[in-house]
Design a protein around this ligand. Structure first.
Ligand code: ATP
Length: 271
């Protein structure tokens, strides 16, 4: 690194995470997310993707999970001991798996609840809301609808929009495509891509749909039983036979259209 080089936005160095005394879910995971980068964290069910994201955002505690070893650096500074809310203040926010929304609150109330974490003025809040509606026009149309009555895709947009209301530098996104129609998934990933290009927001995205994630990401890490089994640029990973065989479904799914990236999920390919 030259003297003037900035440290990466996020550096995870050899972390080990376990639940209770017995289950070591993540064993020596290292990864890097640069500023304005999209990084994919791939792997099958139980590979350790969610645990890795929660280790970074310090959300393992409620599940009796801990990070036993390793370092998490944010802009070069140790971040292991920062609480989830301190991490949000430093620009790291997680969108949990399962597009969690407050079902009884309106779309707008859900979004505003994300904004309050920063204690903004009314004017700032309004400006941030307008910005979210510009990214997600569907949410503007549904602003007064109860979140529980919106579609799965809209709920995922609400969850991402609420995270964006914290004005993050890094969004940890857990399985954004899960259970959604390909067209909606594509819409969401296009917005992610735009946010990275225009707002310089970085994303670390846990996904089982490896084809989809590598289409948008610059770099990917493949987890297997809690360790990084492969990593590289998205282009490199897509060219590797072992990766395409086991993770991209290219050889396993004879019905997959060559460009139908959204339709081929990791689960289908390893089944
Ligand atoms: P999925 O796509 O199914 O969410 P994942 O790659 O995100 O999978 P994790 O949820 O991180 O994987 O799980 C990694 C391992 O840790 C698995 O063996 C899982 O059973 C275990 N695990 C996850 N959460 C807990 C928990 N709260 N308590 C105990 N073990 C857990």
């Amino acid at each position: 690194m030259s003297e003037t080089a900035q440290p990466p936005l996020l550096e995870v160095d050899d972390i080990h995470a376990h639940y209770g005394q017995a289950i070591e879910a993540v064993r020596g995971v290292s990864l890097t997310v640069p500023q304005a980068g999209i990084v994919a964290l791939l792997g099958a069910n139980g590979a350790g993707k969610t645990t890795t994201l929660k280790a970074i955002s310090n959300l393992l505690g409620p599940e009796r999970g801990t990070v036993g070893r390793g370092r998490i650096l944010l802009r070069g500074e140790p971040a292991n001991r920062l609480s989830a809310s301190d991490l949000v203040k430093r620009g790291v926010v997680q969108v949990l798996e399962g597009r969690r929304c407050f079902a009884q609150l309106t779309v707008e109330e859900n979004l505003v609840s994300g904004g309050f974490l920063r204690g903004p003025s009314r004017q700032q809040l309004k400006a941030d809301l307008d910005q979210i509606y510009a990214w997600f026009p569907r949410l503007r149309d549904k602003r007064a609808t109860r979140a529980g009555l919106t579609s799965g895709g809209e709920q995922q947009m609400i969850a991402i929009g609420r995270a964006l209301m914290t004005r993050p530098a890094l969004v940890l996104l857990d399985e954004p495509s899960m259970g959604l129609a390909p067209i909606i998934v594509q819409e969401i990933f296009e917005i992610i891509d735009t946010l990275r290009r225009i707002q310089q927001v970085s994303f670390l995205i846990a996904e089982q749909n490896a084809n989809l994630a590598l289409h948008y990401a610059d770099h990917g890490y493949i987890l297997e039983n809690g360790i990084v089994a492969a990593s590289g640029s998205s282009a490199e990973l897509r060219l590797r036979d072992d990766v395409t065989d086991f993770y991209l479904g290219a050889r396993r799914d004879p019905h997959a259209e060559p460009h139908d990236a959204l339709a081929v999920s990791l689960n289908a390919s390893v089944a």
